[in-house]
Design a protein around this ligand. Sequence first.
Ligand code: NA7
Length: 538
Amino acid sequence: MLDRKLDHGLLDVAVVGAGFSGLYLIHRLTRMSFTVRAFDSAGDVGGTWYWNRYPGARCDVESMQYSYSFDDELQQDWNWSERFATQPEILAYARHVAERFDLKRLVQFNTTVTRADFDEASQSWTLTTDKGETIRARFCVMATGCLSASRMPEIPGAETFEGEVYHTGAWPHDPVDFGGKTVGVIGTGSSAIQAIPELAKQAAHLTVFQRTPNFSVPARNASLTPDEIARWKKDYPALRKRAREETRSGTIYEFAVKSALEATPEEREAEYQRRWDKGGANFMHAYNDLVVNEQSNETAADFVRRKIKEIVKDPQTAELLTPTDYPIFTKRICVDTDYYATFNRPNVTLVDIRRDPIEAITRDGLVTRSAARYAFDALVYATGFDAMTGALLRVDIRGEGGASLRDKWRDGPRAYLGLMSAGFPNLFMVTGPGSPSVLSNVITSIEQHVEFITDCIDHMRNKGLARIDPDARAEELWVAHVGEAAAGTLLPQAASWYMGANIPGKPRIMMPYVGGVDRYRRICNEVAAKNYEGFVFA
Ligand code: NA7
């Protein structure tokens, strides 16, 4: 029984992370009268939005949808200023939520949880922090985020560089002035694609080192008009319900009902152009089979490739920027403002490091295998994250019998519904591997997970249950189902961070669940209704 009075100093729930998952967890759990405390390495709330402060950082899900839906007054009161919110505005929103619901008093900032040990006798977790503190709690919830463990590549000589060094995922809080400086950027993923146009405006010269070109569609970002905001707000509860229950992505787009192959080439061209002109990831919903049918996919890829050639004036640069070796949408589609056009600027150079890889970082720049030397004053690593499992496994998690989660997941993450991993009782994950997470509007997924977890903990309190662990067989079946769902799509064809392919030595396995948030939610609801089928209580 979760009796706080009897067990002083033992929390009901310890939460690791104070981003959008952590904040909503604290909110729900305190309203349910559980004792809760959260820990975060950052100096404030916001999670990934606290760290990703690089110039041009924005969300690629539209603001009116990338926000909490759990409180109608909150969504009615808050006003987004642009179609795609900037990082400072999203961070301001996270702070607003924390203040509005008085959540900050329960967060210990500047504190990294380094270890978590399950104690069989007391059925509780002991967390150890980098400050040497220990915290005991009956439940531990890892609200550590999917794209929060930024990653520096291991390039020889990196430590010898004497200029300024930045990582897009761990950007300084004070403004960085690149005025008059020469700048090198390694990487051309989504973060780089947002940062490069902004850096190019400031820097004297910008050299972009590209290993793999990416597909990107224009954002067509603009201020939101009062009418647009009012249209959303008028129907907010119904629209949110639709996003949650009737879409795969947890976001409302203009969904197509037919295959690209059912349209004539002229119709397709017009449809792609219309969506290109409107902007945003809506482009990828032009036909309903673009991520499952190679031929259909190729029609969309071909359209974007032609756009790149139209925009980029130098044919060689255009060719380099054009992806040819993986289907479009199998890596997360990038949404940009003037990315391709930035390569028409006289102060921007694109360097192909696939053909001629970086050999080493030097005192003043870098050198490639062919001995080409590049010098710059500042180096920006836009090299991404150890996605989905990185932040979880940076904590040394020890379950039943001291078994390590890192060992269990050596060949790839294994979790029932992406929520819990067998052998690690009372430890939940928000948007863990095996859940839709990064393939969805992540706030929609966060809300669903937090509600499932907190309802489950409440159910346990009501039934006097102290321990929950997934059944190993249920977990095995779920992992197999996640693999089968991915195999039915084109997604495994790309060397993406979804597949762990950006980290040398990381197992190649499709980590998010491709089945869609609508289907996933139904499955979770059925599991809960059947007395948490697949979980074992004690
Ligand atoms: P991504 O999408 O993982 O992009 C990282 C980029 O860095 C990508 O172009 C990589 O090339 C490149 N990279 C990584 N390591 C190296 C090394 N060692 N040498 C050269 N180039 C390298 O991360 P982002 O931060 O841009 O975006 C992640 C997500 O955050 C994004 O999808 C949004 O959802 C938000 P590669 O492709 O591996 O050849």
